[in-house]
Design a protein. Structure first.
Length: 193
């Protein structure tokens, strides 16, 4: 006897109408569908100053609260990406402003609890290198290379002009290239002859 076929996924517009009407079952369906994607995007965009799990939760809450604004013109995932990007960017900007006040009291290259772990230590992984970028450059690179948005789509998502997005991508790539070359040189110097 053949196994029963799974039910067809609920049409996005109908699902979002139910979520907008505060239907708990629809909210659970939406959260299950989007939580992994939102968490990955928040982790990539958040950087070191913002807790990625908190950012993902806030983005999911914002998605639930904005359910009534969903229109079929975009896929549900693309619509949720926009909300996630805006939510995480807002958190990063808020944290950066707070951190810049703190930075006046910290000696460059030092943290109140000791030296930076990357000062002459092991080569950095991609996460650590991305964490060194400005939030705007990290955001542009993640959206372009991890999520494959076009420059124009990134401009729309972030509210930045197309030229600015291009500049952020070029500068971010150069910065990553320099960090990788620096790490390669360090690794080469540490190798036994």
């Amino acid at each position: 006897m053949p196994s029963p076929t799974p039910p067809e996924p609920e049409p996005d517009l109908e699902l979002m109408a139910r979520v907008s009407g505060k239907d708990p079952a629809a909210e659970r369906i939406l959260v299950r569908r989007l939580s992994g994607r939102v968490a990955r995007l928040a982790r990539l965009l958040s950087g070191p100053s913002v807790d990625a799990d908190d950012a993902a939760q806030l983005a999911l809450l914002e998605i639930l609260a904005s359910a009534g604004t969903f229109r079929v013109a975009a896929s549900l995932e693309a619509w949720a990406d926009r909300i996630t990007v805006r939510t995480v960017a807002r958190l990063v900007r808020r944290e950066s402003a707070h951190k810049s006040l703190l930075a006046r009291w910290i000696v460059p290259g030092e943290l109140p609890w000791g030296r930076r772990s990357d000062a002459g230590g092991e080569p950095l992984g991609l996460d650590a290198i991305l964490a060194r970028l400005s939030p705007e450059r990290r955001e542009a690179l993640v959206l372009r290379h991890a999520l494959e948005y076009s420059v124009e789509e990134i401009a729309e998502l972030t509210g930045a002009p197309v030229g600015t997005v291009k500049d952020r991508l070029v500068a971010g790539r150069k910065e990553i290239r320099k960090a990788l070359e620096r790490d390669a040189r360090r690794a080469e110097r540490r190798r036994p002859s």
